[in-house]
Structures are given as structure tokens and as C-alpha cells.
Design a protein around this ligand. Sequence first.
Ligand code: 4AD
Ligand code: MG
Length: 450
Amino acid sequence: MISAYTSFQRIDRLPDALGKEVTLNGWVYDTTGKGKLHFIKLRDGSGIVQCVVFKPNVSEEVFDTARSLTQESSVQITGTVRAEERAPGGVEIDVTNITIWQLTSNYPITPKEHGDAFLMENRHLWLRSTRQHAIMRIRATVVKAIRDFFDANGFTLIDSPILTPAACEGTSTLFETEYFDLGKAYLSQSGQLYAEASAMAHGRVYTFGPTFRAEKSKTRRHLTEFWMVEPEMAFFTLEDTMDLAEDLVEYIVQSVVRHRYQELSTLGRDIAKLEKIQRPFHRLSYSEAVEWLNKNNIKLNKKQPDGTEIQIDFPWGEDFGAPQEEALMQQFDKPCIVHRYPAEVKAFYMKRDPHSPKLALAMDMLAPEGGGEIIGGSQREDDFDALKARILEHHLPLEAFEWYLDLRRYGSVPHSGFGLGLERTVKWISGAEHIRETIPYPRMIYRIQP
Ligand code: 4AD
Ligand code: MG
């Protein structure tokens, strides 16, 4: 705990200082005045408090200073904490002194509406606004909930590398870079393969860090740099893994409801909907999902060789896109796990269903309210020959996977895991329109600044 006896107070702690004189440091969020009164909304990152400057209580100089303040000027304000029921946080400051750190002119982001492109150019400043502040706090709480969940359930955190020698999730979305005399290196698409090795050392592990996909998609759900938590468990079946995924997601959502109620309210999020995110969630096999789509007449737009589009029944074997996932989720107010996908559309490392070898023991968790896929996971192929054949079928460089094959040479066991996308999860929980609002500095194909 940081000592409470710093030379200044934080706004969120003011209710403990009723009647006392305090010094605050922060930025001017907004200011208005009339006659002998001037009001300064001060923000310091922990909250916003209204500071009231009453002419008879301060020197002429301080009153003039108050009137000169502009949006986002940085200031130090001294005054007495007074209870004020109508104020957010329940307190106000009766100001006695103001010192300016810096008087700001022409702050680019004003209370008027700005276009998306402008806000993205000014992301470094946009982060100060109330909505963005609330979303970042929710993100921090989601990260903490994830760590708490795994730490409390016998998992060991093992960090996986970001510079890697080979692809994990398909070769079409790889960022590559020159790596000294050793040829090419790739930014990690997933820490999974390393998590698998670590699970053979620790039983249950999770890796949690940035991952990279050179995604050509310009959707509201794709970043080129995103964070993923990937638990990996020795001796877990697909069924065990789906249970774990449900437990995790329930825990995350309920932690946010408990600790970030105010931020969710600021965002206008329907909190009652989040409170309902309790186990059990829904589950459908891929085949059941296809049947549902076709029964409900959800067609697939298929491009013809001549460029025209026709609408067809959803063919078994095709991967779901966002339109199918959205249609499927209309009926649910809780997440739904879709499991046992056609092996053809899934990654090389997934184990085949022993009852039906056309299927992979895969699962995706889809979130309601347009949240889309937040989790992808599977039981892993643990048989040496089968895995080796799969690597070759996918035209992956065998040498780069020799170490991974070792896990099937030396004490191979059934094992499973999944990856939960942090930003997708924050987007769903916070109700953000676009994934770019859920990470401090979003990276997309058309954006690397600021
Ligand atoms: O389904 P994915 O590709 O699965 C894997 O990477 C596995 N290796 C995970 C594992 O089993 N350990 O990605 C997992 C999740 C997705 O469900 C989604 O939430 C998120 O990562 N994700 C993205 N988030 C933002 N932008 C992108 N471009 C994303 N691609 C995947
Ligand atoms: Mg996926």
C-alpha cells in the first residue's frame, strides 16, 4: 500500500477526508462560472471532483487564475472537502488556492463530436476522456481477474517468446523479420506450442502476452497486435477444457461487475445482462449449429467464378464467419461453445475425434450481444505419427517443429488448452463498438500511429 501521507491526495480517496484541507494535482476537465462563483471539474486519473471557487474566499489573484483555466490545463488545487450529495463521489472542494503547472491552449479534443479518424490520430490524448478511461480500467480488471483465476487454480504463469522460428496459426498471417545470421524470425501468433511444452513440466500453465497476426481484415474485431491468455493443461480432455473456459469467463465477467460497476454505468452498459453470465453456458456441436442455420434459413453468400454472389444453404465443412456466428447467437443471452469442427478448417495441432475422424476436437466460445468469438481451443494431437503427418500435410517446416515433436516422443499425454482474446473480451463486456477502443494503442493494417 502506498503511504497515505503523500503531499497531495487522490480524488477517489476524498470521501475519507471530509472537512479536511487537501491538496489535489490534476487536469481541468471542464470549467464554468458566473458572477462570484467559478467551477472547475478536476480529474486526476482516480476520479473527477468539482472544485468551487467562491470569490470572497480567495484572493483576487486566485480568482483570476480560476477564470483563466482552460480544458486540460494542469493544476494544483488546495481546498476543503465538503459533502455534496448531488456530486459524483459525494464530495466537492471549497477552493482556497490554485497553482498552475501548465496553462493549455487549443486542446484538440473538445466536447463536440469528433470523427473516428481524428480521435485515432489523437489516441494519446483520447485516452484521457471519460469513456476511454472507463474502458482501460475495465481492461485492467479483466487482466487481473484472469491472473487471479489461474493463480488460484493451480496454474503456473510461463511466458512464451515473441520472436519465434515458425508459424503456429497458419502461414498467411505471419509478420516476419530478419534474424541475424539465422534467417527469418516471426512474431508469435500464439504462445500455445510453448505452453504445451511447459504443461509437460508443470501440469497446468498459462501464458499471457501480446500476439501478432498480419490480418488483412478491416473488421471491428481484428487487431494485428492483441493480447491472448492461453492456459494449457496436461491430462485435460476437450470436455474438461470447455468446463474450464466457462468457469474462467464467468469469473471474469462477474469480477468486472463487482469491481467496475461505476465504469460500466459510465459506458451505459446494460449491467443486468452481464449479471446473467453464469454457468452453465450453451453448447452446440458444429454439426448441430449447421443444422440450426439451415433450419432457420440463414444463407451463405457465395461468390461465383463470374464475380456474382448467390445465396446457398450452409454447406457442412465450411468454416463459420461473423454472419453465421451472429445469427447463431441471436437466440442466446449467454456465451455458447461450438465444438467438434471439421478438421479441414482447423489448425494442424488439433486432435481428431476418435468417433469421427473428420472432426477436430476443437471448440470456440462465442459471446452474446455481437461479441463474436472470444475463445478458440482444442485437445491437442498427442500421437507422434499423426502429428508429424499433419505438419507435413500443412507444408510446415519439419525441422522447426522437431522440439514440438519431442513432446510426443518423451512422455506424451492427452492435453488441451485454449486462447482467450483479451481485447475481444473487453469489447464484449464494455459494449465498445470497435476493438480499437479496448487496447491503449491499437495496431491495425492501416494504423501504426501514435
Ligand atoms: O482462435 P485462435 O486463433 O486460437 C489460437 O491462437 C490458439 N493457438 C489458442 C490456443 O489454443 N492456445 O485465437 C484465440 C483467440 C480468438 O478466439 C480471439 O478471441 C483472439 O484470440 N483473436 C484475436 N483478437 C483480436 N484480433 C485478432 N486478429 C485476433 N485473432 C484471434
Ligand atoms: Mg479461432
